[in-house]
Each structure stands twice: as C-alpha cells, then as structure tokens.
Design a protein around this ligand. Sequence first.
Ligand SMILES: Nc1ncnc2c1ncn2[C@@H]1O[C@H](COP(=O)(O)OP(=O)(O)OP(=O)(O)O)[C@@H](O)[C@H]1O
Length: 272
Amino acid sequence: MLDVRGLRKVYEGSGRRIEAVRDLTFSVGAGELVCLVGPSGCGKTTLLKCVGGLLAPTGGEVALGGRVVDGPPPGMAFVFQEYGRSLFPWLRVGANVELPLKQKGLSPARRGELVADALASVGLADAAGAYPWQLSGGMQQRVAIARALAYEPEVLLMDEPFAAVDAQTRADLEDLVRRLWRQRGITILFVTHDIDEAVYLGERVVVLSASPTVVREQLTVDLPAERDQARTRAAPRFTELRTHVYEQIQAAKRGEAAGQGAAVTKGTPPLR
Ligand SMILES: Nc1ncnc2c1ncn2[C@@H]1O[C@H](COP(=O)(O)OP(=O)(O)OP(=O)(O)O)[C@@H](O)[C@H]1O
C-alpha cells in the first residue's frame, strides 16, 4: 500500500548542507499500524513530510497504492504534534473538522454526518459548538484526530501527536488510536521518539538509525491485539520488546552499525 524506496533527503541553503535521510526503504501494508522510532533529530519528521508529499525527496521515492507521491495525495491525512497550531482558533470545533471536507466537494448533509460521526468517535459529540481554545490540550488533539477521521483517509500519518499532552491523557489517546484503527481499518504510520509508546501501539516497529537515517531494524510486535495500559505494559514480552528497541536506539546513538542482517530483517527477538 505504502512503499518508501531508497528515500534520501538533503537540505541545502544558507551555506549549509544537511543530509537528514540517507537511504530509507520500508513498506506499510494496507490496514497496518506501524510505528517509526529513532533517536532525536534522526529525520523522522523529514521522512513523514516526504511520505505525505509535503517535501520533495532528493532521491528515491514514495509510492501510495503503486502511484508515486509528488504532492499531498487525496487519501492521506495528518495529525501533528502541535494541535494548538493545527486548529483554527476562530472556527468552532465542528467547522474545524468540516473544513477539509469542503475541499472534497461533499454535500453539506454528508459533511454534517461525517463531522458528527468523527466527533462522537473521539468522545467529543458535545463539543462541536466550542472554540478550540475553550478545550484542554488532550481534547484539542482529539479534535485534530476527528478532523483526520472525518476525511476518511486510507492512510493516516501521525507525527509525535501526543508529545505535548500529560501522561494520563496520552495513555487515553493511545488507546483511542488503537480502537479507531481496529474499528476503521485505516493504515497508520505513527512517528514517536517514545519507545514504550511505539511498542504499545504498533503491530510493527521500524527502528531508525541516527541521522543521516537508514532503517536499522524492523520488529514485529507479537503482543495480543487487545491491549491494555496496565496489563500489556506489565507483560514480560512487552518488557523484552521495549528493552530490545531501547538497546537498538542506544546503539544507533553511539553510531554502531546494526547487527548483521538486522537492517531490514522482519523479526522478533526470541524469548530469552
Ligand atoms: N527545513 C530544514 N532545513 C534544514 N535542515 C533541516 C530542516 N528540517 C530539518 N532539518 C535537519 O534535518 C535533520 C532531521 O530533522 P527532523 O526534524 O526530520 O528530525 P526528527 O527525528 O523529527 O527530530 P525530533 O526527534 O527532534 O523531532 C536535523 O539535523 C535537522 O536540523
């Protein structure tokens, strides 16, 4: 469904040249929830912007459903970290969620249905008439998620969407994403620097190297689909997986090469 092939991005300008992404290749299957995790500054946002067609790659390509991405594809929606900047403060919540639907050319009646359904899905059925600034940070991020859902995307790109909310809200929003993913069958690519979040949320974790970035490892998360903040995080397998990813990231920060064959292997660390 989503193929990233030999992706390279070099920023040039103001006398500086930064190779942010060196050579990234991975795929995300239809309906998969994949988390991308890597050291700080390793190029996660750059990668996601290239995937979403917001930034042109220097080399390689991104393809969605076999078509090369050369601008924001119609079937993609984004949720960014900075919910405060992604919602329009002068529009009520309902109008914020509806805005992208107007660009889709849907009838007012259909737009109304999608807005109501999306807000209900994120537990904000009553908030349509409020302004974003009247809501808490976690609620504003729910609005951003509702706006993406109402758009009925095939692929949802999420860039550290919960980095700015408190721990309890973050746990609730993680469970919301898992629930919506299971209910709606959307393909989700979720970028985070939080190792526990990546393992808790993902069906697969793609571990990136330090910048200039390559894929260091791909890991299948063999935890049950039904996840629970208390029980899943206390499970021995969860601890093993997060320890493994942590060690990979520490090694990446030290600039060590991945173990032989680890760069693009699909696998799971064996139970010790
Ligand atoms: N517009 C830009 N112009 C020049 N360099 C940039 C630009 N955007 C990002 N970079 C550089 O590219 C590298 C990767 O940045 P990017 O924001 O993609 O990393 P990240 O992994 O998302 O970071 P973080 O973990 O801090 O969110 C960094 O060295 C950064 O300074």
